[in-house]
Design a binder for this molecule. Structure first.
Ligand code: SF4
Ligand code: SF4
Length: 469
């Protein structure tokens, strides 16, 4: 007998604590078609991004080894890491605003777990093991049955290949496609770290999609738990119209009923094993399968579709959905401010990095008969894809200073980084005590002008010389 979902227990856990594996029924309809098209677009984008070149680099290339991060034509270095603040806070406010307005639309339409599970791996399940009835029958067969061995074995192999592919595409985001090729063709012993990382990721994906499946949404993902805080009666969710559907019952019974004929089709298609008619539940990932399933039944019965539909709790209770309310306005405003600041910051990203610190391991200053000198350490990063000549010059100083060996500039190769000692000297006759100065890095093409403030140290000019013994 089919399991009847309860609100106070998890469908995927049997009373004895063992796992109850779900085999959701196939469903077709306008929402599933739209989600499938969108899911495949996301998968295609994920696969294409390392191949698409923008300004001579992959559209997304997180070159951790060289500490350069290429994002759609912009190159960021470690000194641009502060932008992560905008990325993370922007993501947070987007999640708040979208969830408060449209519930778990992210889970149903764009979450990688749902996209790969529903549009790729379940398709493999159907292709190699048949529909949900055939798959459930296969579940019941003893493990060593030839049919089960053959079907489960081929499905497992297909899963291994797909997980391996996804893991390689993911790795390409960190090593680029040209960097990936020698890792694939070379012996594992030549690239042990990459091989172990790749094997671990393939294994993790396999564990998730083969065995863990919906448990990731039900037991691990924190987003589902956040919905009780982010969703209110005006958030649009996948909901059952109980006012229209109840009292539920079979058409043939001859007793007046609501529109729900209690066919349980919406339960059979649910990938998390819940009954949407029991109200909004943490397990609902808003996948819309129950909407299409019920629409199909309503169409066959010649009744209006939408018994299960996108609606707010207010709407389902006969009221209206209020999209703009204090919390959504606040989230959207914070998101807007963050987006503007991030856009301005991104537009001001420099094509080079320049850091000056004191050179470790040397005296704070040296005094010779002719000059007082300080040694600094200059770190220069060329973020451009071609060689650039840089000059380090004095921008402002209260006394004339000389920066040694900088007259001809310094050529740095594409995306190269150079660290060098920088000797700043002041003639003895000009030295009147410690002072602040500003040094600039200028590129020959004039595209870069970066400044750094320095404090020049030296002896106290008013101090009496020590008496000679
Ligand atoms: S699919 Fe529709 S009619 Fe059938 S049980 Fe679910 S809500 Fe009722
Ligand atoms: S209740 Fe409906 S929308 Fe929610 S997970 Fe189940 S099938 Fe998807």
């Amino acid at each position: 007998m089919a399991h009847v979902p309860q609100r106070d227990s998890v469908t995927t856990i049997a009373p004895d604590g063992s796992r109850r594996f779900l085999q959701p029924a196939d469903v077709s309809g306008q929402w599933v078609r739209a989600r499938r098209a969108f899911g495949w677009l996301l998968i295609a984008l994920f696969a294409a991004m390392p191949w698409i070149e923008v300004n001579g680099n992959p559209a997304v290339f997180l070159d951790v080894e060289q500490r350069h991060f290429h994002l759609f034509g912009a190159t960021l270095g470690l000194d641009d890491f502060w932008l992560l603040f905008f990325a993370i806070s922007g993501l947070g406010f987007t999640v708040y605003a979208v969830t408060a307005m449209f519930g778990r639309i992210w889970c149903g339409w764009a979450c990688p777990q749902t996209v790969y599970m529903e549009h790729l791996f379940r398709w493999v399940d159907r292709w190699l093991e048949g529909d949900h009835v055939q798959r459930a029958r296969l579940d019941q067969l003893p493990a060593l049955t030839p049919e089960k061995l053959r079907k489960r074995g081929s499905r497992f192999l297909a899963y291994v290949v797909l997980c391996w592919l996804v893991a390689h595409i993911f790795l390409a985001y960190f090593v680029s496609i040209p960097g990936l090729y020698p890792l694939i063709t070379g012996a594992p012993t030549a690239h042990p770290a990459a091989f172990v990382g790749m094997a671990a990721m393939t294994g993790a994906l396999l564990f998730n999609f083969w065995w863990f499946r919906e448990q990731l949404c039900l037991a691990i993902c924190p987003y589902g738990r956040l919905q009780s805080a982010l969703i209110d009666d005006n958030s649009v969710i996948v909901g059952y119209d109980a006012r229209r559907g109840e009292p539920r019952g079979k058409v043939a019974a001859g007793i007046p009923t609501g529109d729900c004929i209690d066919c349980r089709r919406c339960v059979q298609v649910c990938p998390t094993g819940i009954d949407i008619r029991q109200g909004l539940q943490m397990e609902c990932i808003a996948c819309t399968s129950c909407m299409d399933a019920c629409d199909d039944i309503m169409t066959k019965l010649k009744r209006p579709v939408g018994l299960v539909r996108y609606a707010s709790l207010n709407e389902l209770n006969g009221g209206k959905t209020q999209y703009w309310r204090p919390r959504t306005i606040l989230y959207a405003a914070l998101l807007g401010i963050g987006a503007v600041v991030a856009a301005v910051s991104l537009s001001r990203i420099q094509k080079a990095g320049f850091k000056l610190t004191r050179q470790p391991g040397v005296d704070l200053y040296t005094v010779s008969s002719g000059a007082v000198s300080n040694v600094f350490r200059a770190k220069i990063l060329n973020k451009q894809g071609h060689e650039v000549r840089f000059f380090i010059e004095t921008e402002s100083s209260p006394v004339p200073v000389t920066i040694l060996n900088q007259s001809t500039g310094l050529a740095i190769g594409p995306e190269g980084e150079v660290t060098l000692p920088l000797v700043v000297s002041v003639d003895r006759k000009d030295y009147t005590g410690e002072f602040n100065l500003t040094v600039r890095l200028r590129s020959e093409d004039g595209q870069t002008r970066l400044k750094q403030k320095l404090h020049f140290l030296g002896p106290d000019p008013t101090a009496q010389p020590r008496p000679q013994r």
